[in-house]
Design a protein around this ligand. Structure first.
Ligand SMILES: *Cc1c(COP(=O)(O)O)cnc(C)c1O
Length: 496
């Protein structure tokens, strides 16, 4: 049976998966959602012992029903290969009473690689399936990790160009260096003077700009998105939650049917939404624990039912979670509104005009399976040190936010179900913050001295992604005002 996709805000008729991937964001500003979330075709026990690629295929074929088996398997095999530094692709590591699902073994050492190593293949296949003759311009806003992962995925892919906007003063030094040294004639990296929300708003505005769309089309170009608003990013992420549960079954850590909790360090709400989809497919997950940093808009939302972004934007040591407008939450809102696009559209309008909205009690009652909390900067740093001292395991700042929230959750609720913590970045990506958490006197050392020291302390090999930027030349130095994002895009593409 064909699964179709619709905008959360209503709009036009339903699209196939490949059409939704190609388009990225719906014309009415909504996000594409599947008409239903399919149940796993096989019992979860059948997944024990399956490879990552087999698991990804079983999950993705149920969402991307207009792809042939050959098309989908080609995409998967091209994505999850030796770009990852382990054959397991997403290993599960037991430390300090929890299971860390390490999602950072790909080319750019953050979990964004899990989806962005496959998105270019899904995109090119979707273009071919829909007889699209335009070149595709991937327009991306990044809080630091999506940008590099998308650049790495789309660099030199024929028929595509990629433009990435990042907050000039809002990413880690290593994140910035990774992006501005990106090779590939079709890649463009632009720092903006605003924050991530400004970048994301600017990009969303360009998607909805009819004149720009016409001008691009006349030049043989069309936009698509590599942000987690693209369903082609969300669905591949569902696979690793199925895989994590199956790994626990396989190793005997859990018994058949045993429920687990999942803890996710959250920014744009993509990763945790993927866990929610996995639960809806039939993975025995009980609580979905949403961990925020000081930008705790989601934590407050789960407590009160009011989403309110009217608050200061705080720069933290977990920059990929410095977000006040969590785009993917809209997909959950639409679902708990009973797939009522009018309700969703009016809440999103209120978010746009007043910066906030409140859901009804009936909607809030459906959020029981979510639990929100946050970790302050001091708590996050203390957690890194605590787990390092106890286990010699060094985690990055984002993972530490989740790990800290999880410990607080257990202390508060006494719920000791086994828990999977999404480990979203290698500590090497946030070396300075991580090393300072272990010992503040490290701050006097250079970034690469710290890399070598982290290697000594952790015994974990320095990833290739870090070796690559030690001596790499800066190839991108564009900076623009937030208000000039459209002009910058027109200049880059030669569309005036
Ligand atoms: C993007 C990112 C997050 C947040 O993920 P969302 O899907 O946006 O909620 C957390 N940690 C790291 C390291 C990231 O790169």
């Amino acid at each position: 049976m064909e699964l179709l996709y619709r905008s959360t805000r209503g709009g036009k008729e339903a699209l196939t998966a490949s059409q939704a991937i190609l388009q990225g964001l719906a014309e009415d500003g909504g996000l594409f959602v599947p008409d239903s979330i399919p149940a796993l075709e096989q019992p979860i026990t059948a997944f024990a012992g399956k490879s990552y690629q087999e698991t990804a295929y079983a999950v993705m074929k149920q969402f991307f029903t207009d792809f042939t088996e050959e098309e989908l398997k080609d995409c998967i095999n091209n994505a999850y290969d030796s770009k990852f530094d382990t054959e397991k692709i997403a290993p599960l590591v037991k430390k300090n009473g929890a299971y860390y699902l390490e999602l950072f073994h790909g080319a750019t050492i953050a979990f964004k690689d899990m989806a962005l190593s496959i998105l270019p293949y899904l995109m090119v296949t979707s273009a071919r399936k829909n007889q699209c003759s335009n070149d595709i311009v991937i327009l991306t806003a990044t809080s630091g990790d999506t940008g590099k992962a998308a650049l790495a995925g789309f660099a030199d892919v024929p028929g595509t160009k990629i433009i990435v906007f990042y907050p000039k003063n809002g990413v880690s030094p290593i994140q910035e260096k990774q992006m501005v040294t990106q090779k590939g004639a079709n890649t463009y990296v632009v720092g903006i003077t605003g924050n991530f929300d400004d970048a994301q708003n600017g990009v969303k505005a360009m998607f909805g700009n009819e004149q720009l769309k016409k001008d691009l089309n006349a030049a043989g170009l069309q936009f698509s998105s590599a942000n987690s608003i693209n369903i082609g990013r969300l669905v591949p992420q569902v696979a690793y939650y199925v895989y994590a549960y199956a790994q626990m079954l396989q190793s005997g850590e859990i018994a058949e049917g045993e429920q687990i909790n999942v803890v996710v360090p959250t920014g744009n709400f993509g990763n945790i939404l993927a866990a929610y989809y996995a639960k809806n497919m039939g993975v025995p997950i009980d609580k979905l624990i949403c961990a925020s940093n000081d930008n705790k808009v989601l934590c407050d939302f789960f407590a009160t039912g009011c989403y309110d972004k009217n608050r200061p934007f705080i720069l933290t040591t977990s920059p990929s979670m410095d977000i006040l407008i969590s785009s993917n939450l809209e997909r959950l809102i639409y679902k708990i509104a009973g797939a009522d696009a009018a309700v969703d559209a009016s809440l999103m309008e209120s978010l746009k005009t007043e910066g906030k909205y409140s859901i009804t009690d009936a909607m809030k009652a459906q959020l029981d399976e979510f639990y929100g909390d946050y970790a302050s900067e001091a708590e996050c740093a203390a957690q890194i040190k605590k787990v390092y001292d106890a286990e010699g395991y060094i985690m990055d700042t984002h993972t530490a936010v989740a790990s800290c929230v999880y410990d607080k959750y257990v202390a508060k609720t006494g719920d000791t179900k086994k828990a999977v913590i999404a480990s979203t970045a290698s500590p090497y990506k946030f070396t300075r913050s991580v090393m300072n958490a272990i010992d503040a006197s490290y701050d006097s050392q250079t970034d690469f001295e710290l890399v070598d020291e982290l290697n000594r302390l952790s015994g974990v090999a320095v990833p290739q992604a870090i070796e690559d930027i030690r001596s790499a030349a800066v190839l991108h130095d564009r900076v623009c005002e937030t208000a000039d994002m459209e002009k910058t895009v027109r200049d880059i593409l030669g569309v005036n």
